[in-house]
Write a protein that binds this ligand. Structure first.
Ligand SMILES: [Zn+2]
Length: 395
């Protein structure tokens, strides 16, 4: 096969999930939303549920087919050996409504769970299927607009105070247990008790919660619960803001979500990069299946310190490199010009200005804001000129 060019303009799938924003992608990148449907996510990568295309000599080719033609040269020898595919999926995520509260399993738990559900004959598309693949799904979200989210448990005392304030009769004895056992096991017990509420008890608990938020319209948590209740009435996830850190990332701030951390994206637009996996265990704000036993087994019920919610970049010159503790992906943000040495296959995304890519072979490619390029490992090195900000996804 002829060597591929160093830069390939990508055409990406837009996922029209119901929770998506109809206007954010158009407003940020000037890409008109002709369908007027919600535009939840732009997928940049080779995932089978939404594979990007690339342009090679006027031909539009599926990225997975292109990669499969020459994995060693396109992915790099190390990524080919370790992953045998593009190991990450890069997205623009534009949420108008909250996404489900979720936990991602560890690699080990995913391997065990995937094998177990295969053995049990649970179809991959069945609603009660938890493990879609044997991989972990660490993810990073980088805010492009103010981005509200929940991330990790608050300190035991904060959770206790929040529940004392709303005073849910059905949960009184469980709260007493937590007060007397402010440890990981106490929190696990309490979280399990909430997720296990059923029938009349669940109804009563939620009625009491809603009564409280309707009469306390000043507090930020109460306002959030009321807002979420409009989107997900009667959902057990309405208790989550009493347990989890609620945070609004400012543009340019980022969070890394590792295995076992309960989290939810509430509203806003950002860039998201994750390992190539669909393993999501849900814990509320969803009409989908909740497997309480699996979610409890996979949740790390340890409070997250306030200063560990954001991930701080290592700043080198005009580049911000995020310290990602897994091998599946790396993520960097650049302001202005850059000289880049390829470590793997890469994706460059133009955030707010044109970005021009230059290669020693003489090839160049201009990306408008909102556009992305796929760069094979064999490009080796390239330079970038821009007066704006661009993101780089690689591994
Ligand atoms: Zn997630």
């Amino acid at each position: 096969m002829k060597q591929l060019p160093p830069f390939m303009l990508m055409t990406n799938i837009i996922q029209e999930y119901a929770w998506g924003s109809k206007s954010s992608i158009e407003a940020l990148f000037g890409m008109p939303n002709r369908s007027l449907k919600p535009q939840a996510e732009i997928w940049m990568g080779a995932h089978p549920n939404g594979c990007s295309s690339v342009i090679v000599e006027d031909l539009t080719l599926r990225l997975d087919n292109v990669i499969n033609q020459d994995k060693v040269n396109i992915l790099g020898e190390k990524a080919q050996r370790c992953f045998n595919q593009l190991p990450f999926l890069f997205k623009v995520l534009a949420a108008e409504k909250a996404l489900s509260i979720q936990v991602h399993p560890s690699k080990e738990a995913a391997e065990v769970g995937f094998a177990k559900e295969n053995k049990a004959g649970i179809d991959l598309k069945a609603p009660n299927r938890n493990y879609k693949d044997p991989n972990h799904k660490p993810e990073l979200i980088y805010a492009l607009t103010p981005f509200q989210a929940m991330n990790g448990f608050c300190h035991y005392s904060v959770i206790i105070k929040a529940f004392e304030k709303v005073s849910i009769q059905v949960l009184e004895s469980e709260l007493e247990v937590l007060k007397n056992n402010q440890t990981q096991s106490g929190l696990r017990h309490f979280f399990n008790a909430i997720l296990s509420l059923e029938g009349k008890r669940k109804e009563n608990a939620l009625n009491e919660l809603m009564l409280h938020v309707k009469t306390h319209t000043q507090g930020a948590t109460d306002v959030l619960i009321a807002e979420l209740a409009k989107q997900y009435p009667g959902d057990i996830g309405l208790f989550a803001p009493l347990m989890l850190h609620v945070i609004t990332l400012q543009p340019g701030e980022a969070m890394f979500l590792d295995d076992g951390t309960p989290h939810a994206y509430i509203k806003g637009t950002g860039l998201e990069i994750m390992a190539n996996s669909d393993n999501v265990l849900r814990a509320g704000l969803t009409a989908k299946y909740i497997d309480v036993i699996e979610i409890i087994a996979n949740t790390i019920c340890v409070p997250k310190p306030d200063d560990k919610i954001l991930i701080e970049a290592n700043v080198i010159g005009n580049a911000k490199h995020y310290p990602i503790p897994v091998d599946d992906f790396k993520f960097s943000i650049y302001e202005g010009n850059a000289y880049i040495k390829c470590q793997s296959a890469e994706i460059i995304f133009a955030i707010n200005e044109n970005v021009i890519l230059y290669h020693a072979s003489g090839e160049t490619l201009t990306l408008k804001q909102g556009q992305s390029a796929f760069i094979p490992f064999h490009a080796q090195q390239y330079s970038v000129k821009s007066t704006g900000t661009f993101a780089r996804a690689y591994n």
